[in-house]
Design a protein around this ligand. Structure first.
Ligand code: SF4
Ligand code: SF4
Length: 100
C-alpha cells in the first residue's frame, strides 16, 4: 500500500531543490529526456507531489540512470527544475539508506 504524505515536498527542501510543486504534469520533461524511460522524470516529480515516499524508495535505482544533461530543466515551462529535483531525490535516498 502506498502511503501518501502531503508534507513530503517540504521535507525534501533540506536536500536541495524545492520546486517540485511548481510542476503541472505536462510531460515535456519525460518527452525530452534521452532515457525515454516510463515517464521519467515526470513520474518522480508526481510522486513528490503526492508524498509517495515509498514509491520513490522502491524505484530509487531509476534516479541513478539520470545523465544530468539538463534538457528537462531547460524545456520545463513551469521552471520546476526537474533535473535538480532528481539530484535532491538522490540525496534523500542516500540519507534514507544511511539511516536504515
Ligand atoms: S516539464 Fe516541468 S511542468 Fe512539465 S511535467 Fe516536467 S517538471 Fe512538470
Ligand atoms: S537531466 Fe536526467 S532526467 Fe533530465 S533530461 Fe537529462 S537524463 Fe533525463
Amino acid at each position: 500500500m502506498t502511503l501518501v504524505n502531503p508534507n513530503f515536498a517540504k521535507e525534501l527542501e533540506r536536500f536541495g531543490e524545492d520546486t517540485a510543486l511548481e510542476c503541472f504534469n505536462c510531460g515535456t520533461c519525460a518527452a525530452i529526456c534521452p532515457l525515454i524511460y516510463e515517464h521519467f522524470p515526470r513520474r518522480m516529480i508526481r510522486y513528490i507531489q503526492l508524498g509517495a515516499k515509498d514509491r520513490i524508495l522502491e524505484n530509487a535505482q531509476e534516479l541513478w540512470r539520470c545523465l544530468h544533461c539538463g534538457l528537462c530543466t531547460q524545456t520545463c515551462p513551469r521552471e520546476a527544475d526537474p533535473g535538480e529535483v532528481i539530484l535532491s531525490l538522490k540525496r534523500f535516498v542516500v540519507d534514507n539508506w544511511r539511516r536504515s
